[in-house]
Design a protein around this ligand. Structure first.
Ligand code: TXA
Ligand code: MG
Length: 338
């Protein structure tokens, strides 16, 4: 059994000191960030990091992000090689952005799946920030879920799945954003989006030319070379078969969803469309609502025992790109675009 501490209404430094001691001892701590919860361990302790891979059942070639609390800590683990990287760090840290940098020797190879780069992120969430600072080490943390499952955005969803696999669980309430950080890498002075998130194409475009990696929306083929190993893996998918439907023409979109609907389907849709279907749940109104709610909803769908889940897509723009990236994977690329 792990030790549970409730920091939903207050950030009790004493309890955080205990959690940071756990990190220093090489143990695993689940903690909140503004995006999703992470399973954290001392990112410079190879043995502790190995236990994260075991707890999640994660492929060893899929690298972890190192979470830092200061620019000094970045300089301990990675090289900031270009002005563009520096500008992006100044603009978006702390916040929901991960930047892939050339790693320094001090970072164990297991963290990076043997690549010569490391993902670096500085969370803005207070609990995450204080935990890293008190631990005085970069914290390696993937999303808090068993590999393949939706990322954990609240302790209720995470508890049953991971309780026996970690030493400490810090409850900070529902995470704010609900989708993982935007992952970028600067290549030849261009900003490549490897995983879209709350920091969007337009946000990044103020600092340089932005390229959206083709695998953000397209399936990775066996022969493809990927810039981020995470793109290859099955992710977010419920056990129930899911189909994603989208059209810019709302009438056609609803018609298609109605055509797929039966007595034994579940529809996940906008608030405004909820009454159009026999059996539907709402993911909210705005893109922010959808981002906040979608992983919790994807985790819940199997309990209804439907034959098919029909999910209404959104325009792949702004935060919508991040939402569609997750939904396409949740549906194992079963995507009807009209
Ligand atoms: O918001 C987030 O980023 C959350 C919270 C906990 O910070 N973390 C998270 O970690 O989503 P994870 O491990 O679930 O996803 C990290 C993604 C993976 O797709 C991985 O392949 C990619 O980042 N990644 C990490 N290091 C990389 C590297 N050196 N090169 C390319 N991709 C990398
Ligand atoms: Mg993950």
């Amino acid at each position: 059994m792990s030790k549970y501490i409730d920091l939903r209404d207050n950030c009790n430094k004493e309890l955080l000191v205990a959690a940071s001691n756990c990190i220093k001892e090489g143990k695993l701590v689940i903690f909140p960030t503004e995006t999703v919860y992470g399973i954290g361990a001392d990112g410079l302790n190879a043995n502790a990091v190995k236990n994260i891979f075991i707890a999640k059942g994660r492929a060893s070639d899929n690298p972890l992000i190192l979470h830092v609390s200061s620019i000094d800590m970045i300089n301990r683990i990675a090289y900031i090689e270009s002005k563009l990287e520096k500008d992006l760090i100044n603009a978006f840290f702390p916040g929901p952005l991960t930047i892939i940098l050339k790693k320094k020797e001090i970072v164990p190879n297991i963290v990076c799946g043997n690549l010569d780069t490391v993902g670096v992120r500085m969370p803005i969430n207070n609990i995450a920030h204080d935990l890293i600072e008190l631990s005085n080490t970069p914290i390696a943390a993937p999303s808090a879920n068993i590999s393949g499952r939706p990322s954990g955005t609240n302790i209720k969803d995470i508890y049953d799945e991971l309780n026996n696999r970690v030493d400490y669980i810090i409850d900070g309430g529902d995470t704010n954003i609900g989708l993982e950080s935007t992952v970028i890498r600067v290549i030849n002075d261009e900003i490549h989006i490897l995983r879209p998130g709350k920091i969007t194409y337009d946000d990044l475009s103020k600092y340089g030319k932005v390229v959206i990696d083709s695998h953000v929306l397209d399936k990775v083929k066996a022969t493809d070379k990927v810039l981020s190993p995470g793109m290859k893996y099955r992710h977010y998918a419920p056990k129930t078969k899911c189909v994603l439907v989208y059209s810019e023409n709302n009438k056609k979109l609803i018609e298609k969803m109605k055509e797929l609907e039966s007595e034994n389907t579940l529809v996940i849709t906008h608030n405004k469309n909820i009454n159009l279907f026999k059996n539907a749940i709402s993911y909210g109104e705005t893109l922010e609502d959808i981002s906040h709610n979608i992983f919790k909803i994807l985790r819940s769908v199997d309990k209804y025992n439907n034959d098919l889940v029909i999910i209404e897509g959104v325009k792949s723009k702004g935060l919508g790109l991040a939402i569609m990236n997750r939904l396409i994977r949740a549906c194992s690329h079963n995507y009807i675009k009209i």
